[in-house]
Every structure is written in C-alpha cells, then in structure tokens.
Write a new protein. Sequence first.
Length: 495
Amino acid sequence: MTPSGQRTARWSVVGLACLAGAGALLGPQVSAQPNGPATFCEVYPEAPACAAGEVTCDTCHTTPPSLNTYGADVSAALVPGDERPLSADDFHAGLPDALVAVEGADSDGDGYTNLDEILAGSSPADASSAPVAGDCVDDNDEDGYNLCGYDTEYAYKKVLIDFCGRSPSLAERESFAEADAPGDMLHEALDECLDSEHWRGIRGQVWNLANAKIRPQKAVKSGRDPGPIPLADYDDDYAYFVWTQTDGRDARLVLTGQTFVSARYVDGQTTYEEWDRSPGDDQDARGFDAYQAVTKERRAGMLTHRWFLMSFTMFTGLPRTTAAQAYRAYLGYDIARLEGLAPVDGEPVDYDSKGVQVDGCASCHSTLDPLTYPFSRYEGIGNGTGYGESYSYNPGRMDTFTGIDGEAVAETPEDGVLLGEPVADLIEWAAVAANSEAFRKATVRDYWELLLGEPPRATEQAEYAALVDGFGSTNDHSVERMLHDLIDTEAYGAP
C-alpha cells in the first residue's frame, strides 16, 4: 500500500496503439500502427498496465501525433538512419529494440530510468509521476485508522457513505467497533445499502452511472416531463440500465436483453418493472412520441432502444457514430483516441463514398467500419425517403440511401467483425461484446471509478484484474456480487 497522500500518478500503456500515434514515430503522413500496444506488452509483460490490458495514447504522445519526451526518445531510437516514413513492417520489426534502447534513459528528467518507471507503473514522460519510494509509515490519523493497509472501520464508514448516502451514526460506529465479526457486518451493511434510494433510485448512483452511455438531452426528450421537440424517452434507458445492474441480475442483459423496464417512485421508494409489448401495443399504450419500435427478435438491449438510435444514428446511412458510441460506452474503447483498433483485412471498403480509404483515415476505419455494418439496418430519425419506420429494424434500409451516398451503399453488408470475431448481425455483435473481457473490464472499471474516483493505479492492477476475472466467473456477471469483492480490496478499504 502506498503511503497516504502519495498517490502514484498513473499512466496506462493502453494506447500504445498510439505508440505510433498518427504515424509520428514512423514519419509524416503514415497511418497509426494498432499493433504497437501488443508489441510493447510483449517486451514488458510485467508492466502493470499490460497486466490490466489497458493502453492510452499518453504513453508516447501529448495529443497525437505530437510526441511527448519518452515518445521522442523511442522515435529517435527506432531504426535510426533508415529513411522516413518507415513502412509498417519496419516499424514493428524495429520497435522492440527501440524500447530496449531507451530503457536506461530518463526521458522526463525525474531521476528514474524509463525502465524503472514502466515496471513501477509511473510515466516515463511525466516528471510529476514517479515510482513511490519508501515504506508506509502509519502516523495514526485523528480517526485512528490504519493508514498502511485495509481498515474495516474505515471501509464500514465508506460503504455507508458510498452506497447509502450517509455517514454511520455514533451508535453504529460503536456497534461495529465491538462486533465479533466486523467483516460480516460490513457486508450486511452493503446488502442493506444496495437497496437504498441513494444507490438504486431515480437519479441515484447507478442511475447517474449511465449518463455517459445515454447522453441525455432534455430538448428532445419525450414521455414524462418532455422537451419542446419530443423524439425519444431516455427514462426507458436509465430504468433498464439500473435494472440490469441490481438484484443480482446478469449485467450482460444491458446488451443482450429483449425486454424493457419502467421506473416508478412511490412512497419514497423506486421500483423497477420489466415489460414486453409489441411496437404496436406500446404505441397504443404510450403514444407515437415514446413507443419502442424494434420488434423483440431484433432487440439487443440498450443498443436498440429508441433513444440510442435517435441520438447516434439520427439521419445517417452508415451509422459509424452509433457503433463508436457502443464500443466506447460498453467496451471501454474510444476509437477517436486510437483505442481498441483491430484492423480487418480488406477494410475499409467505403461503401458510402466518404473517403475513408485515404491515409490517416484507413487505419481506424478498418476497425470501425466492420463494427458499424451490423447497426446499419436500424433506422434512426429517418432519411427523408418515407421508406422505413423510424427507430425500427429495416432489412432494406441501405437501399434508401443510394440517392444520398451513391449506388454502392446498397451493397453494405449487415455482417461485420467485432474484437476479431465475425458477427452476422447486431444480435451476434451484442452477444460477442457482452461475453468479452473488454465488457468485463469496462463494467468493473465503471464501478471502480465511481467508488474510488479514478481508474486503478499501477499498484492496484492485481486487485482490479481479480475483480474482472471474478465478475465473469464466480460472480456470474452480477454487479452486486462483484461489489462485495470490491469492498474487500485494499484499494477500497485502505484510508
């Protein structure tokens, strides 16, 4: 455990996809090299960030393609003397030697070698981020907590604040301090708080955790308390998200479920009710402005909710923004930051004549476009042709965009590729995503950041990795079971 107040500034080598950034390490006008992260982790498998499988661009870049001091040193050591720009093959062949060549350098001038920083999980490009030296000294703060390890009394107080939204009373603290089995009492408190309004109620902790996935806009909200241009009701999305995360349910339903959920607040308590109506019945029940238009056999959790299709597909033929948001919100990969790139041979084809095959675009689109094809048969707001009902599944949808995007757009396939796996349609896309390690990591990270205020530190990667593994195995993708493991971690329970 690091001493209190000495939090190691983190860097995550996830984006060593960005190690080549937009070609900065190879030379001008060369596309990103998405295999950079794998190469880095082959050289440094013991690096904390590699253990967690996370990489960000700031390992070698400020804002890609600009290099930071470490990236500049790596670039200078990368097959020096060869004419720039380097080919992709030369880049990958030379990268391991370049990394090793700068291990003994101190790129950020903080007194630690690049290798020391990589193995410690600090940044070799940031002088304010350095390995934490020395042993923890417990000065015993005014509350009497153990500052060098897990403290059950501290964890108890934190559980009540985080999950119940209140501090323990004096009587509760005294009772806990005198308990024969404080660990059992801690988990009993968590179970009680998991049912609190603060945690699972309307606009509670879990509800608000969905904000980045849903991206609400009051102006176009329909349903309860609508905006001036009611197009879709995001209350459906919030209620469904909370429902999938609570009562021990399988969190994969957020992507694979085929029903809907409503939230009701009565007598100080929010209740969630699952429902399943056909589009026609739902229109009769809730009106044209709010009904869900996708038939049950074509539903894929929140990916096919009306709000998601309205917000991200909108009027677009090939809905790349929709796929990118799904990839970011549920799998934790932001293609705009060059994360999660897994190029597909022969892609991008550029069915809609958007110029995605040009240098500087092709590398990202060779991942993004195959991700997008399975979304292409779901209508957004509409394309003005009068063919195809908004927010519904329409197998002939791409035919309606030939007048906008050219004749070739009608040839856009519905099958695609996600995380290296072929998928026939969005139903398979959702299943592959929900069963992936990326989904497990992103889900655990959501709650880790909610409860700890930041991503896992380098010294916490082992605990984080264990939570991810347990979430998909012993905990059966139940968020609540995973949270019982999370509050037992030193990262959570150490002051």
